[in-house]
Design a protein around this ligand. Structure first.
Ligand code: WTA
Length: 648
């Protein structure tokens, strides 16, 4: 709720771009004009300007079979060649691609030439293991250079990667491996987190332990130095294998609509959706937005996006956008507060980071710690700040600009989703007058509307956010489930894409995001589904029934709060406190630590309508400490009183 209250406070601060920034800005008003005059022509021009095509395209968009779009579909390109070789061929081989900083303080730099050489070898290795175009490779790695190398090697040979966030459990990993029928898993022995090594290979072993799987080989990068078990014939050390393959590899072109990756994200049901992205349109829009939204001057900027490669932000703004643009960037393995709470600011100082992109939840937790910590470091290299993942409240925006940005540099709030592939709504730095708390304007070439429930456009006020025209980096489907794709995004408003977010348009036409309108929660900028956590809870032998809500949380945006009815047979076996501890740990084990509920309340009943639907709205009121809303549709109106007595 805090977000909505902020929004209603009529935020009136405005920040004009400084003349110095505007004078050197990469973006221009002309982009909007060009896109308005000829939207498809605009994207075709961007695709040609930003990318190398092995075979030029002649068709820009085929939308004859909505919602299945094809962009640039008679063209051919190689995504990895675009991110690597062509920069070397253009004479920029010595430019640093990655300044990698390990959590324990070790570091390694990769020039574009070195990164290209590594990816070529890795591509040969995958080919030698029988991976061919279209095959799926699962990647389960910490934030180490090999993560980027693996993704690009997979892309280079036209295979399809499915990166699984290293914090996900064995069970979550297995579900994703099975859904995509992956033949190879690339992992590490372990990674560093908060000064300790956490195991990854062991989790892969557990994931693959039961029943036949499609996985033939597990490639293991040595990182943590922790002990691992070995399955002969299946498991291979990354380094040993790479040493044995050819160093040369010629990238060949693949059709623009060739699949590039699958990335699983939470939806409204218990089963994660494998969001499918393809090559030419995805790379065009990630490169375009990375260049214009972040004002990239590749020859001098140092870009740092703090997202893990396990999320879409890591795919689009750690790997594909920045590398397609030949940027120099920081890749960091650790967490913001280890070994000390100024670690991020120390890294900005060390590498003279000029463009910094992170999530509001991180900014809010730094706000809590106080400005003294960042003030100990020299952050004057920063010239642009970005935010993504959830609404940024104006106070956090102002703090970010002042305390981190020194008071005068642009802050861009970027709205987009796993499904959109790239940034869709954002101010353009140097061009737009900034409004704290509002994502503001669709980027050039993107058509956004806010609709009321009946599908009528709202010109001022609140409603549901839709994308009204297909865009280059749009998802091409849900892996193996075309019906779910159509149902989830395209049924509500016909051929307009329904994003699942509420939004408000203000009197200037600027867009304010108001959070999800479905049963998807946003915890620290990570998407979690209420249904997925509920099904995990009911899978525990103690549980009879469970309801999960996202309650607002000062730091994490939302937090998972669960209401659980214990099985009658178990009620005497455990105390409510014990049950709550057990169930929180159970969810963390089953799905991953990010899904661990902040609270599990043991209750006797759940509020239901006469048709048996759980009224989560009322549980949210309770979890947020508000007065309980309208209970007239409950089958038994006294239930809320009983639950509330238990909880409070
Ligand atoms: C939310 C992350 C407000 C939104 C890139 C969306 C935002 C979901 C913003 C997608 C923003 C993302 N302001 N809300 N700037 N950016 N969101 O797929 O609810 O992990 O639907 O993609 O995050 O989350 P996802």
């Amino acid at each position: 709720m805090s977000v909505q209250i902020d929004h209603n406070l009529e935020e009136i601060r405005r920040f004009r771009p400084s003349p110095e920034f505007a004078a050197q800005a990469v973006a221009s008003l002309a982009l909007y004009d060009a896109a308005k005059a000829d939207r498809l022509g605009f994207w075709a021009a961007q695709a040609k300007e930003l990318l190398h095509w092995h075979r030029p395209f002649t068709r820009t968009l085929d939308w004859t079979n909505p919602p299945f779009a094809k962009w640039f579909d008679d063209g051919e390109l190689n995504v990895a060649y675009n991110c690597l070789d062509r920069h070397v061929e253009a004479g920029n081989g010595n430019r640093i691609a990655l300044h990698w900083e390990g959590e324990p303080g070790d570091s390694r730099d990769y020039s574009y030439a070195e990164l290209t050489a590594e990816v070529k070898k890795a591509a040969n290795l995958l080919t030698s293991l029988g991976v061919s175009a279209g095959d799926r490779v699962a990647i389960y790695l910490p934030m180490i250079p090999e993560a980027v190398i693996s993704m690009l090697a997979v892309a280079r040979i036209g295979a399809v990667h499915s990166v699984v966030f290293g914090g996900f459990s064995a069970e979550s990993l297995r579900t994703r491996i099975d859904d995509a029928s992956a033949s190879i898993v690339i992992t590490a022995d372990g990674g560093y987190r908060k000064g300790k090594v956490f195991p990854l290979k062991t989790t892969v072993d557990t994931a693959l332990a039961d029943g036949e799987s499609t996985v033939r080989n597990v490639l293991v990068v040595k990182r943590g130095g922790n002990e691992v078990e070995w399955t002969e014939g299946r498991d291979l050390w990354w380094r040993d294998e790479l040493a044995a393959v050819d160093a040369e590899h010629v990238a060949k072109g693949f059709p623009a609509e060739h699949p590039l990756f699958i990335l699983y994200t939470s939806g409204t049901t218990g089963k994660p959706k494998g969001i499918l992205h393809t090559s030419g349109g995805y790379l065009t829009q990630t490169a375009f937005t990375h260049k214009n939204v972040f004002d990239l001057h590749p020859e001098k900027d140092v870009f740092w996006c703090t997202a893990d490669i396990g999320w879409i932000t890591g795919h689009s703004y750690v790997v594909y956008g920045p590398l397609a643009n030949g940027a120099t960037q920081v890749l960091f393995e650790g967490t913001p507060d280890s070994p000390h709470p100024g670690r991020w600011w120390e890294i900005i100082e060390k590498y003279k980071v000029s463009i910094f992109y992170t999530a509001p939840t991180a900014i809010r937790s730094f706000m809590k710690l106080g400005r003294q910590i960042p003030q100990e470091f020299n952050l004057r290299s920063l010239r642009l700040l970005g935010s993504v993942g959830e609404p940024i409240n104006p106070e956090a925006w102002i703090w970010y600009r002042h305390v981190i940005g020194g008071g005068s540099i642009p802050v861009v709030d970027t709205w987009w989703q796993t499904e959109t592939g790239a940034i869709m709504i954002s101010a353009l730095p140097g061009i737009t007058d900034l409004k704290p708390g509002s994502a503001q304007t669709p980027v050039p070439g993107i058509e956004i509307e806010v609709l009321d429930d009946n599908g009528a456009p709202v010109s001022e006020g609140g409603g549901l956010l839709v994308v009204s025209e297909p865009w280059p980096s749009m998802l091409r489907g849900i892996w193996g489930d075309p019906e779910r794709f159509t149902e989830t995004y395209w049924e509500k408003f016909g051929d307009r894409y329904f994003a699942g977010d509420g939004a408000r348009i203000d009197e200037d036409g600027d867009i304010w995001l108001l959070g999800r309108v479905d049963d998807v929660m946003n915890v620290s900028g990570h998407r979690l589904s209420t249904a997925e956590i509920e099904s995990s809870l009911v899978a525990h032998p103690l549980t009879a029934e469970a309801a999960v809500v996202g309650a607002s949380d000062e730091t994490t945006g939302q937090a998972v709060v669960a209401f659980v009815i214990l099985k009658a047979s178990q009620e005497d076996a455990v105390s409510p406190e014990e049950a709550s501890v057990l169930l929180r740990a159970h969810v963390a084990r089953q799905i991953g630590a990010i899904a661990r509920p902040r609270e599990v309340f043991i209750v006797n009943e759940l509020p239901k309508t006469r048709s048996g639907k759980i009224m989560r709205r009322l549980l949210r009121d309770l979890a947020e400490g508000r007065e309980i809303g309208d209970t007239t549709t409950l089958s038994d109106a006294s239930v809320m009183q009983v639950i509330s007595d238990k909880v409070r």
